[in-house]
Design a protein around this ligand. Structure first.
Ligand code: TMP
Length: 208
């Protein structure tokens, strides 16, 4: 067992409507097609704290104090990392997480001090690679609106164009900072298969 190579931990990031979920799925397919063992996961996680967060993010849910929400995201992250990510990495599995630390820096810093957000996430190990999907806020917002109109999405707390523009600015601000591993910014305002190809190239760059 000692010779088992450690897996890689990859975070896929971007504002709402940037395509993180679609592209995480596409990367999992691509890796599995190459015979790689993959754990496709997400934050907020599917476990108890993650489910609680989703409940509270739904606009009809009672609004939560921003600091309490930031702490919940951090708690969910530690639970997710210790319970799912680290064991998978130890088995040699590649972990793809639809959102991770950079989401907390970009979203929770809207209302909370950025240094504090970093501090409460200090136990979150840096991923090997953070992939940031860059899509203009207007384009991503139109995607989210379209999805909502088609009945495919629950409206959530951060769904407003002005907010998304601020979050996009926060992504640009924090993506060069510490704690994210190697970072690659990918133009996500292109046909999905072109974006997938660019993301795959970044995976090849780290030896996958
Ligand atoms: P989702 O759109 O990927 O399902 O994520 C739900 C929302 O949660 C999305 O608006 C981003 C937000 N979020 C944060 O505010 N902080 C975080 O740390 C994470 C992981 C997500």
């Amino acid at each position: 067992m000692a010779d088992q190579p450690r897996g890689r931990f990859i975070a896929i990031e971007g504002i709402d409507g940037s395509g993180t979920t679609l592209q995480t799925r596409a990367l999992a397919d691509w890796l599995e097609g190459r015979g790689v063992s993959v754990l496709e996961t997400r934050e907020p996680s599917r476990a108890a704290i993650g489910r609680l967060i989703r409940e509270r993010l739904a606009v009809r849910g009672t609004a939560l104090d921003p600091a309490a929400l930031a702490l919940l995201f951090a708690a969910d992250r530690i639970d997710h990392v210790m319970g799912e990510v680290v064991p998978a990495l130890e088995r040699g599995t590649v972990v793809l997480s639809d959102r991770y630390l950079l989401s907390s820096l970009a979203y929770q810093s809207l209302d909370c001090d950025a240094a504090w957000v970093r501090e409460i996430n200090a136990r979150a190990p840096p991923p090997d690679l953070t992939l940031v999907l860059e899509v203009p806020a207007e384009v991503a917002f139109a995607r989210v609106q379209r999805r909502a109109a088609e009945g495919g999405a629950v409206e959530e707390r951060f769904d407003a164009l002005a907010l998304q523009q601020q979050i996009a600015a926060n992504y640009r601000r924090f993506r060069e900072g510490p704690g994210l591993g190697l970072t690659r910014v990918i133009d996500g305002d292109r046909p999905p298969e072109v974006v997938t190809a660019a993301l795959c190239a970044a995976l090849v760059e780290i030896g996958l």
